[in-house]
Ligand binder design. Sequence first.
Ligand code: ATP
Ligand code: MG
Ligand code: MG
Ligand code: MG
Length: 579
Amino acid sequence: MRMSQLFLRTLRDDPADAEVPSHKLLVRAGYVRRVAPGIYSWLPLGLKVLAKVEEIVREEMEAIGSQEVRFPALLPREPYEATNRWTEYGPNLFRLHDRRGNDMLLGPTHEEMFALLVKDLYGSYKDLPLSLYQIQTKYRDEARPRAGILRGREFVMKDSYSFDVTDEGLERSYQAHREAYVRIFDRLGLDYVVVQADSGAMGGSASEEFLAVAEIGEDTFVRSPGGYAANVEAVVTVAPDPQPYDGLPAAHAEQTPDTPTIDTLVAHLNERFPREDRPWTGADTLKNVLVVLRHPDGSREALAIGVPGDREVDTKRLETQVAPADVEPFTEEDFAAHPALKKGYIGPGVLGEESETGIRYLVDPRVVDGTRWVTGANVAGSHVIDLVAGRDFTADGTIEAAEVRAGDPAPDGSGPLELARGIEMGHIFQLGRKYAEALDLKVLDENGKLVTVTMGSYGVGISRAVAAVVESSHDELGIVWPRELAPFDVHVVVAGKQPELFEAADRLVAELEAAGLDVLYDDRPKVSPGVKFKDAELLGMPTTVVVGKGLADGLLEVKDRASGTRRDVALADVITEVR
Ligand code: ATP
Ligand code: MG
Ligand code: MG
Ligand code: MG
């Protein structure tokens, strides 16, 4: 490809809205171009990189026997209604109507569609196990689209789904995917960790995330020298030396006879905080908040309670409407004094069940003097924080913190935890039978009995990977592509005006191409060598070959983008040098 022909304008200045290096560089180097917040066009160079990431993922998916299909992005409402996700997705879902007034959506992920496809065509245990994947554009109306293609509202994902009859089958499918993901992220050259994405205490290894280690990442994870790794959302912290908390009168130990269920909470939410757009359901995500209970005897108690995840509540409302009579609302001073406190609703915080989404709630409702108190609550989303008496809160109820700290022991005893940040690159998940049940995906087993299929769901952020690689591989001059992802293998630059330089470069490019290399050829006649070198550094091909002054002595300069080293190489040796 000749630079004189390439559809490309490199930019000297960073885009005004860019904060992270990958965003700045991918725009400046002409790989992507913004259309609207979180929505980007891929230009020729960017599209080549994207295709290379796709190819790596495709090869590794094929290697575990997964077969490629492709669904539309434009989908009908009904399947998502059946699994309740039409409601559950809330404002994250792009919704639209067709001309007949039917509700449609732009797919954020495709569990429903894959389950229905398999149901449509398969009916026997003999058809399974099965694994299908697609590489396809997804739509999520992210609250905070960020960092260019790193968090887009339109983005490319590889999503795959496994279908098995037995739990052991699902476990095998999951492991096969896990291994494929390890190979994918190794090949992408990323420094990554595999972390527990669900509560270790409650969910085992049912869900894991692949996080690329990066300061600018939005996920915080912990790891120990002994190999424990978890998203902080999934960590269960344990005190080095847990002390019994005896701030409550003994009578608090009495259990509420009618332990409330998820329905209680849902009914409560719908009654007290009705939503205009849709009712609350058991599948709504709840967030942690900490509340302080002030007991009748004057003692205070800190506890975590689940709150609806998509709501920000002003303190005024919290005070006037939300706080149940037995929970005192936080004051502004409380929020200021305790960074761990988050503003939000305080629900009744009861539950001891697993919800439809697999979110678990732990609570310990008790009754004292006829008044119900919720104590020792542990909460929702994938968050679990054990509040530790004597550390997270003191006997007089002061909250010190309620978060994992560096140096805390790993839950599995594998040493002190270190905290770091990462970018979620992939997510593998043992879904189980939830979706299959909702959509009635059943097959006949060996005994001719109908059994519900168990599913796994596995995602890789393809477009996000392009940005993540740039995050991990750039310098102040520009991008530094690993060979496997670079849009071109070699960048040939003519440094000078003399026709013989261009003639030599033309011949060299032809030879490199004949040797199977993909060449970007800077043949622009009126551009100075300085500008060409700057562009070459910004664009980031792994090797640059300069045809310049040395040619008179039969020499070309070969530059390595990553190390910055340059050496003179005889014309005849260049192909072996760069191959
Ligand atoms: P995040 O926590 O970053 O919002 P997620 O957990 O919502 O991601 P999943 O539903 O697990 O994402 O989707 C699978 C993969 O798709 C993610 O691991 C990530 O690599 C990618 N992905 C998700 N959301 C986006 C987005 N808005 N832009 C680009 N890639 C995304
Ligand atoms: Mg998300
Ligand atoms: Mg996530
Ligand atoms: Mg995820």
